[in-house]
Design a binder for this molecule. Structure first.
Ligand SMILES: Nc1nc2c(ncn2[C@@H]2O[C@H](COP(=O)(O)OP(=O)(O)O)[C@@H](O)[C@H]2O)c(=O)[nH]1
Ligand SMILES: [Mg+2]
Length: 313
């Protein structure tokens, strides 16, 4: 029996459910989720380890969640699209995921072109079928419309949120992967450093609690991350672009910052399994999204690279 393994890129428009799918397939929360578009800003790697059984040889599926495909209008947006392309680079399979409650649009054409140009086999995933409830007949015209393109190896309806159709999907993914090595040890499910995940958990709270421009104008940088046996000390800066946004993030008598901090701390404690002492600061850096330099500084892969020198990947 042969061991199958390979890289699988999750591709789609903002809000299609890419990160929800990653978390559902890996069985752990690796990516933050929100109803707001452009939540994911980096590619996020998650490993599924499928053990050997009587009938099946084992497999390793390395998923890459990516930012939503869009036409970028800032340095941040361009960086996000570069992350999408890097996620696609060298992948063995693309999962193109669409929201079945939306009609196909122009951006979908762009998406299809991107996927097709890569020359990689593509599965089309029709996500959010739970929202169609008893109206599953609505699926048929959508399936027909996409099938006309004749570029999909499989078309699979799923609900990433309700975990429907995922067993079949996983089976088809493994079938499509080549014979390959164990790329990651069995106890590793992501390559994200804990400090980056902590920053994302804080940003997720900001996305939950704020509206309009604020979620998009915010980024989080960990300034201190000290892991002691029973306690982790974290200091994080929440960057926004304007004084008005800073006032919102702090809130009346610091109420908002306190709320964000408490919720984020609890989640980080669960992730790390230690108590956490979390300090948050709000800082203004005007138009940081337009600064290529600052946007690059935010990239944890680059931070590691600068710190320890070039890595294998
Ligand atoms: N009803 C329903 N909602 C979903 C499903 N998958 C994702 N969502 C929701 O769609 C929104 C965007 O999800 P997210 O995974 O962040 O999308 P991404 O931008 O493609 O990564 C969130 O509010 C999710 O809860 C699904 O299968 N069914
Ligand atoms: Mg996402």
């Amino acid at each position: 029996m042969t061991f199958h393994s390979g890289f699988v890129c999750i591709l789609g428009r903002p809000n299609a459910g890419k990160s929800t799918l990653l978390n559902a397939l890996v069985g752990q929360k690796l990516a933050i989720i929100s109803p707001k578009p452009q939540t994911t800003r980096n590619r996020i790697l998650g490993v599924i380890h499928l053990p050997k059984s009587k009938k099946k040889s084992g497999a390793q599926v390395i998923l890459l969640d990516t930012p939503g495909v869009h036409r970028p209008d800032s340095s941040l947006g361009r960086k996000m699209m570069a992350e999408v392309r890097e996620g696609m680079d060298g992948s063995n399979l693309i999962l193109m995921i669409v929201d079945v409650t939306h009609r196909p649009e122009q951006t979908d054409q762009f998406l299809v072109q991107m996927a097709e140009k890569s020359g990689t086999p593509i599965f089309l995933l029709l996500n959010k079928i739970d929202l169609l409830r008893h109206d599953k007949s609505k699926l048929l015209p959508i399936i027909n419309e996409y099938s006309k393109l004749q570029i999909f190896r499989e078309v699979i309806p799923i609900s990433a949120l309700k975990k429907q159709g995922l067993d079949l999907l996983l089976e088809k993914i493994v079938e499509a992967l080549p014979q390959g090595p164990h790329y990651f040890p069995e106890d590793q499910i992501t390559d994200q450093p804990a400090r980056f995940m902590a920053a994302e958990i804080i940003r997720e709270q900001v996305l939950r609690e704020t509206s309009e421009e604020v979620p998009y104008a915010v980024t989080v940088l960990i300034e201190q991350f000290e892991q002691l046996p029973k306690l982790t000390r974290i200091a994080a800066a929440i960057f926004c672009e304007r004084q008005g946004q800073k006032a919102i993030l702090i809130g009346q008598r610091g109420q908002m910052l306190k709320k964000l901090g408490t919720a984020a701390r609890q989640q980080i404690e669960r992730m790390l399994g230690t108590r956490v002492f979390l300090e948050l600061f709000v800082k203004v850096r005007s138009s940081w999204r337009e600064s290529r330099e600052f946007v690059e500084e935010l990239d944890w892969r680059r931070q590691l690279h600068d710190f320890v020198g070039p890595s294998q990947h």
